[in-house]
Design a binder for this molecule. Sequence first.
Ligand code: CP
Ligand code: NVA
Length: 307
Amino acid sequence: MAATARAIAKPVVRNLATDLDLSAEALVYVLELAAQIKRAPSRFNKTLAGRYIGMLFEKPSLRTRLTFELAMKQLGGDAVWSVGPVDEREPVKDVARNLDRWTHGIVARVFSQSTIEELVRWAKVPVINALSDLYHPCQALADALTLQERFGELAGRKLAYVGDGNNVAHSLMFAATRLGMEVAVASPAGYAPNADIVTRAREYGNISVTEDVAAAVRGADAVYTDVWTSMGQEAEAEERARAFGPFQVNAGLLAKAKPGAIFMHCLPAKRGQEVTDDVIESPRSTAFDQAENRLHVQKAVLVTLLS
Ligand code: CP
Ligand code: NVA
């Protein structure tokens, strides 16, 4: 019988600094809770009454910032936020020890994963990684929920990730393998995922890393891509556009996947670069379902960590 949030005791989760802060059981719990919240949001509208989060954003955000703020408000609490380098005016450890006096949790989008680790080290309240150079765990949870909605049981399904071996790719590898999927990553030379992270993720399932994009998408149930140039890499944009050209997800590439394979993107998307307009606008695209699910999974994360 499939495990459900109702059937599994609420796991103790201290932080979401990396994907692996959720045990395999906690991952199933959070996804099931997210599905429950999505089905009946009003049942949860007082769950975090009187609770507040402090959000720190070193980089721009539409989905992450707004969905965390909406999530807190819809759960009965609220969110405050600050934009700019976390350590510009004082050490990260001091920021952590201010926020934990005022709030019940910290959500941080940062350039370096080391800032997340420093917040975790010093804050007495949970810290949630809202994207770093290495991970984007909240995105991967929304993607996992979207995959479950489309396919039900994920064991035996294949996910192809095409493009930059970045934060999104890293978190996706952990989520997908731990839910039983095979993962194939196709990246140009020099842009493969971090080798240590791949080694770690291979403990949970089958991951191939290749420069052969057709081989990666062959037999795939889902083809995922992200921008070629992530936030903070703008100076490399031209060089990256040259390297990533053959890795564009277009109708021709999608046709090489399983018939009816879905297309996934975390957004924001650069149409004409990593994906063509016809693919992202097609009924096979789940990009806006993924964006919607950011709200539901983040509510589940907040309820699990803060209540
Ligand atoms: N997908 C995502 O994290 O979007 P934002 O950068 O808009 O938060
Ligand atoms: N890889 C992208 C993801 C944006 C949601 C970035 O880091 O900019």
